[in-house]
Design a protein around this ligand. Structure first.
Ligand SMILES: [Zn+2]
Length: 463
């Protein structure tokens, strides 16, 4: 039975499976692809980096695993090198673990039993040392993005404001009294102890996670020691926030309510309005702060997974996919503008003509905007490999949810080809300028046909 929705021309190690393990193994690959796509993000300028990643397992004709990477602009050498370095590092760690298991009469305990939170780089255990080395590389690469996530919209300031106010525990504080009445908070000692610790480790992270002055400094100013502080603080924030949420599931709501109250009182007293939003989701902020740490935890599962062992090889071939759409134009005239807006518009032709002249500089031929979105570019590459007869894994890892048009594009692909190809993160249902890949004879589904409004109808993809 086939697994992981592989579409197989030649035999792949992933073909051997049974139904019992299918869902679990599917989730393993999906999570790894998802984490890898996010861990490739390292720039903070412009409109935001987005990555899509596919993996092609080794086959009879291809000894190395292939990683297909696409970005919302050209794929940087840094991203390609990082993907190769991290995956090969994890493969090397897996080899070490396998050697340990053959290590005579007293092999060490399983790797996962030896991990307890932060792993220092000077640890003598060879497998753990390797893991710490790889995580150091991951944190250094993601540094700028981590700094941005921590301080985005000043949520860290909001948290520390609430934290300090709660620990001050002013008996006259009306907002605190109201929270105590509603939630019994913060009287519970075990909760208070965990909350105090979370605040301390977040402050340590704030101190250690200093943003360099320029992009060039990245990798130079972050010493292994500084990265060690950040890794250690992240491990503590992870454990502490998990424990706190388990003890008091509504802790984030309570902090948000208290913060909103502080803000309202501050405004009522005529103080300057704070520059952060009132309803802050502190759980979401902490999840974002931890994302590099948690994504690496997902990725390192490669070490212990027989499924992923069949996919990740000692040498990794990286293919970057950059697709530029052919130039396309649409004609925007007074007549088709009136058709689009409806007949009872109450605006005469001269005004519409004037609007078009100002908007499009008197040219009725308007260039279609947009680029080929990265998950669609990876889909096309995987499809081409499948048509050549090699096995593929039918998931595309993405660092952000897809736009609605890309999501429809995947749906159309599934319908037309009967191949169950998916992205890992669903869709956020918003529309951005979007272009098709190439000319095609693909029968077009109802939903995809609507894209004719923004794309040259002759430029549909060949899939
Ligand atoms: Zn898209």
């Amino acid at each position: 039975m086939k697994i992981l929705k592989t579409d197989v021309g030649r035999h792949s190690p992933l073909d051997d499976d049974n139904v019992v393990h299918r869902v679990y193994r599917t989730a393993q690959v999906l999570n790894v692809l998802d984490a890898l796509a996010r861990l490739l993000v390292h720039k903070i300028d412009g409109s935001g980096q987005v990555f899509a990643v596919g993996i092609v397992p080794p086959s009879l004709t291809q000894a190395s695993a292939r990683i297909i990477i696409s970005e919302n602009s050209d794929v940087t050498e840094a991203a390609k090198n990082h993907a190769r370095h991290v995956l090969q590092g994890l493969h090397a760690a897996r080899k070490l673990v396998k050697q340990e298991l053959k290590g005579g009469d007293s092999p060490p305990p399983p790797l996962w039993n030896r991990i307890s939170g932060f792993i220092p780089t000077d640890i003598t255990d060879p497998s753990l040392h390797k893991l710490a080395e790889i995580e150091t590389v991951v944190v250094r690469y993601s540094w700028l993005k981590m700094c941005k996530r921590f301080r985005k919209a000043n949520r860290h300031t909001a948290f520390f404001t609430v934290y300090d106010a709660i620990l001050a525990h002013n008996a006259e504080d009306a907002a605190l009294k109201s929270l105590e009445a509603q939630y019994g908070w913060p009287q519970a000692d075990d909760f208070r102890e965990e909350f105090v610790f979370l605040g301390q480790v977040l402050r340590e992270l704030d101190k250690a996670l200093q943003q360099p002055l320029s992009d060039e400094q990245i990798g130079e100013v972050q010493s292994d020691k500084q990265i060690g502080w950040v890794r250690s603080a992240l491990a503590d924030v992870h454990v502490s926030s998990k424990t706190l949420r388990a003890r008091m599931p509504k802790v984030s709501d309570m902090c948000a309510a208290y913060h909103a109250d502080l803000l309202a009182r501050s405004n009522a007293q005529g103080k300057a309005k704070a520059d952060f939003a009132q309803d802050i989701d502190f759980n979401h902020w902490i999840d974002k702060v931890l994302s590099t740490y948690t994504d690496f935890r997902q990725l390192r599962r490669i070490i212990g997974s027989p499924t992923l062992d069949a996919v990740v090889t000692e040498e990794i071939e990286i293919t970057s996919v950059v697709q530029s759409p052919a130039e396309a134009f649409v004609f925007v005239t007074v007549d088709n503008l009136r058709d689009a807006l409806g007949t009872n518009l109450g605006v005469d032709d001269d005004d519409l003509s004037d609007f078009l002249r100002k908007r499009f500089q008197m040219d009725e031929r308007v260039k279609v905007r947009g680029c080929i979105h990265c998950e669609c570019a990876v889909l096309a590459e995987l499809n081409s490999i499948r048509r050549m007869g090699d096995a593929i894994i039918s998931y595309v890892g993405v660092s952000k949810p897809s736009c609605s048009v890309s999501s429809e594009y995947f749906a159309t692909y599934r319908k037309v080809t009967q191949q169950d190809m998916q992205t890992t993160r669903g869709t956020h249902d918003q529309v951005y300028p979007w272009r098709c890949l190439s000319r095609t004879t693909l029968p077009i589904g109802r939903s995809a046909r609507s894209c004719r409004t923004c794309c040259d109808p002759s430029s549909w993809p060949r899939l």
